[in-house]
Design a protein around this ligand. Structure first.
Ligand SMILES: [Zn+2]
Length: 105
């Protein structure tokens, strides 16, 4: 494996880590704003009908794009702020984590 291939893998993994962190921030913001427990329920649920979200829909950014911004359970629109935050934190991590690792490697 070349150094370029290794760096590409690190960038992709950093983006995924950042997007998942953004998804977690979305969950925290929603539940704290609505005075809900952060611990229960353990699975994410639809803002509109309350049903548990499927595994595919939980994948940050990809789930939103796949469903074209509509909830798979009830067809209601998903707030575009959620994937925007996931994308933003993913891009920030894709730039910062490899840069920090370059100093260590
Ligand atoms: Zn729903």
């Amino acid at each position: 494996m070349t150094e370029k291939q290794l760096m590409l893998i690190i960038i992709v993994l950093s983006f995924m880590y950042g997007a998942m962190t953004g998804s977690f921030f979305n969950m925290l913001a929603y539940r704290l704003k609505n005075r809900l427990s952060v611990l229960t329920p353990t699975r994410s649920f639809c803002d509109h009908c309350g049903r548990v979200i499927s595994f595919i829909d939980l994948i940050p950014v990809f789930g939103y794009v796949l469903r074209r911004g509509k909830s798979s359970c009830c067809g209601q629109s998903i707030n575009p702020v959620y994937p925007a935050i996931e994308l933003f934190t993913g891009v920030v991590c894709a730039f910062t984590i490899p840069a920090m690792l370059r100093g260590l490697l």
